[in-house]
Ligand binder design. Structure first.
Ligand SMILES: Cc1cc2nc3c(=O)[nH]c(=O)nc-3n(C[C@H](O)[C@H](O)[C@H](O)COP(=O)(O)O)c2cc1C
Length: 324
């Protein structure tokens, strides 16, 4: 199945604690095309916390999108301006997170019940910046789970100026399920996302949730404009390399990726960044190959980890898999 990727997009989903700048630098080594999202960053963290630390990223990460969690118009507008000043390619509003903490602050998935609030956010943020303001949302929340509910939400927010919607194709159940269960238990309804694209062909609609292979990506792209993948890319980063086939680009080897990674690690360690914090993102590098477990064991939970330890573990696994 071939796909013309000219107007299509593949992206790595925002994931708290996972899609940090360290992870994104690593992910970029596998694939030059894919869009990378930050984890959700709250307006409070940017306005009152260590803003520069939260916003920092490496040049190589482009195209990179800042995902914001918030609902206050002034705060969200100010944070969108920070995104633009820091050269992010896009700013995305989180309307999908179901955790109690964000519900308490009236941000995340519960905002689906307030399309006018999200529309106001989009209107003010988009007026303040030139980079696109986009929205990531669910197909519904709790009993508001009809196609019509989602379509009404999207229509209202689109009228305010949002053109790109990333739809996690599950309802969020705001009571009784943990965020993790909310990524697994509510059934996936891809058809609703396809229908959204059919009904609003002028909008850019991306699909997310439970997508695990490049074949699935190709199949979705027959219907919609983009695919976002979270867990499958994180747990098996080499899937990002395999995705190069969508753009007819060559498949980099893991050994080549490591050769690019080592100088970066040396520079980061020299700046005082803890190696074990970076290395936790590399555990899936050899997923599915012999020696994968040994690699994970060599890298995990070792505050004293050195670059030499990583090189040694990699050489051992590569000796078992010379073509990797
Ligand atoms: C550890 C973790 C953290 C997440 N954090 C965020 C987040 O910060 N913002 C967000 O919009 N979604 C977040 N999500 C949801 C993902 O972006 C994505 O919508 C979800 O995992 C479904 O896609 P997948 O099946 O491809 O993983 C998170 C998911 C995981 C696993």
């Amino acid at each position: 199945m071939t796909v013309d990727m000219t107007n299509k997009r593949l992206s790595v989903a925002p994931m708290i604690d996972w899609t940090t700048t360290d992870y994104r630098y690593f992910a970029r080594l596998f694939n030059p095309q894919v869009y990378l999202y930050t984890e959700m960053i709250s307006t409070g963290a940017l306005l009152y916390g260590n803003r520069e630390r939260h916003l920092r990223f490496f040049e190589q990460e482009h195209p990179v999108v800042l995902q914001l969690g918030g609902a206050d118009i002034d705060e969200m507008t100010q944070c969108a301006e920070f995104a633009q000043q820091h050269s992010y390619n896009e700013v995305n509003i989180n309307v999908g997170c179901p955790s109690d903490r964000v519900q308490h602050n009236k941000i995340g998935a519960c905002l689906m019940a307030e399309p006018n609030t999200v529309a106001d956010l989009v209107k003010h943020m988009q007026a303040a910046v030139d980079i696109p303001v986009t929205v990531k949302h669910r197909i519904g929340i709790d009993d508001f789970d009809s196609y019509e509910f989602m379509a009404q939400f999207v229509e209202t927010v689109a009228e305010a100026g949002c053109k790109r919607f990333i739809v996690h194709a599950r309802t969020a159940w705001l009571q009784g399920l943990s965020p993790k269960q909310n990524r697994e238990i509510p059934p996936l309804r891809y058809e609703d996302v396809y229908r959204l694209k059919q009904d609003y062909p002028e909008l850019i609609i991306e699909i997310n949730g439970g997508i695990e292979t490049i074949e699935e990506v190709q199949s979705h792209l027959q219907h919609i404009d983009g695919v976002m993948i979270g867990r499958a890319f994180y747990h098996n980063p080499y899937l990002l390399a395999e995705a190069n086939s969508l753009w007819d680009q060559p498949l980099p080897k893991r050994s080549e990726i490591l050769q690019q990674l080592y100088p970066h690690l040396r520079a980061q360690v020299a700046e005082g960044e803890p190696l074990s914090t970076m290395a936790r993102h590399y555990l899936g590098l050899f997923q599915g190959l012999s020696g994968a477990r040994r690699w994970r064991q060599a890298l995990s939970g070792k505050p004293s980890l050195t670059i030499a330890d990583i090189e040694k573990a990699a050489d051992e696994v590569l000796a078992l898999n010379p073509d990797a």
